[in-house]
Every structure is written in C-alpha cells, then in structure tokens.
Design a protein around this ligand. Structure first.
Ligand code: GRF
Length: 199
C-alpha cells in the first residue's frame, strides 16, 4: 500500500476526497493516507483527520525561528511517516528545495484552474475564480501537477474542464471546480502510482 501524506491549510475537502477514494473508490487497495500535516491550528482538515482516525500534526511557522528549522521539521515528519507520495491540498506555503529534492517527482499539488492559465504567485482561492470570471472565460477547471520551485508550473498530471456561463459568479465557478477537484485528485494519484512508482 502506497503511503500518502497530505499537507493542507484549510477545509480539507480534497483530503476527504482522497480518504474516501481509499475507502470506497479508485485508491482502494492502492494507497492510504497515513498522516495529515497542517500549518494552521484552526484548519478544519485537522478535525477531518481526527474523525477518520488519521494521525495529524500541526507545524506552525511561527513556532520556529526561521524557515530552515520549520522546513526541517516538515521533512522530519514526512520521513518519520515513511511517505511515498506527498499531496498538497490547499496548502498555503511553498515547498522548500530540500523537501523537493528528497521527494523528487513525488509531490503533487492541485490548482483550481486550467494551468498554465490563472496560475502563479497570488493566484489562489477566490482570486483565481474572480480572474476567470473577469476575463470572460467560457471554461475553467482543475489541474493536478507536480510541485516544483515555482508556483503552479510543474508538469501536469491530469486536468478536467468545467463550463463557465456568462451569469456565473466566482463562487459558482469555485463550486463547480471543487467538484471536479474531488474527482481528479484521487485519479491523478492513481496515475502517478501506476506510471511512476510501480515501474
Ligand atoms: C482547492 O480549491 C484547491 O485547489 C486549492 O485550495 C482549495 C482547497 O480546498 N489549492 P480544500 O481545503 O481541499 O477544501
């Protein structure tokens, strides 16, 4: 069984989708979530982990004197958990170089737009959907990609479109996109396991 560690800062609906895919869906018998790491003590994702009996740890940047010691702690937790794959799911911090090196090609991220459009620094959460509506796009969607040293620019693993109608508000676009995120994240994990981790 492939060991997944999820890093999340917020609600954790994508974490839930991955956990559910292990219990009843495409990740059944293939991958399980062994640890949830959050950088935010108030994140609802920690409640979800508790409810699912999944170990969780909160690693807050403000508890460390600098980025280096913070990143060391994150890496130590990943290694202690024997992580095979790391899934960023609404994680609001950049992943540090050393972690990227250790888990080269094994860190995935989900972005709520059709990358390379509407990605990059500052393009997160509602900003993405507001920009999509403002630009008059006829479609948006979700992208799962490998994490690298720049925001939202790693190799794309899976992408799925949703239609955007003229009357859609950013909130409506967000809702449609989140729905497909929950479908494609487990599928993308499966794809990476089959293509990259199993020869
Ligand atoms: C998702 O829209 C994801 O694409 C983005 O942050 C949001 C996280 O939602 N990176 P949740 O915490 O998984 O509910």
């Amino acid at each position: 069984m492939i060991r997944l560690v999820i890093l999340a800062s917020g609600g954790g609906s994508n974490m839930q989708a991955i956990v559910d895919a292990h219990k009843f869906g495409v990740l059944k018998g293939l991958a399980e979530v062994v640890l949830v790491i959050s950088n935010n003590t108030n994140a609802f994702v920690l409640e979800r982990a508790k409810k699912e009996n999944i170990k969780s740890v909160c690693i807050e940047r403000k508890s460390f004197k600098d980025d280096e010691s913070f990143n060391k702690e994150v890496l130590a937790e990943l290694q202690a958990a024997n992580a095979d794959l790391v899934c960023l799911a609404g994680y609001m911090r950049m992943i540090d170089k050393e972690i990227l090196n250790v888990y080269n090609g094994r860190i995935l991220n989900i972005h709520p737009a059709l990358l390379p459009k509407f990605g990059g620094k500052g393009m997160y959460g509602h900003f993405v959907h507001e920009a999509v509506v403002k630009a008059g796009e006829k479609k948006s969607g979700a992208t799962v990609h490998f994490a690298n040293e720049e925001y939202d620019s790693g190799k794309i693993i899976l992408q799925k479109e949703v239609e955007v109608s003229k009357s859609d508000t950013p909130e409506e676009v967000a809702r449609k996109v989140l729905e497909v995120e929950h479908k494609i994240y487990p599928q993308a994990i499966k794809k990476v396991i089959e293509e990259n981790l199993r020869g």
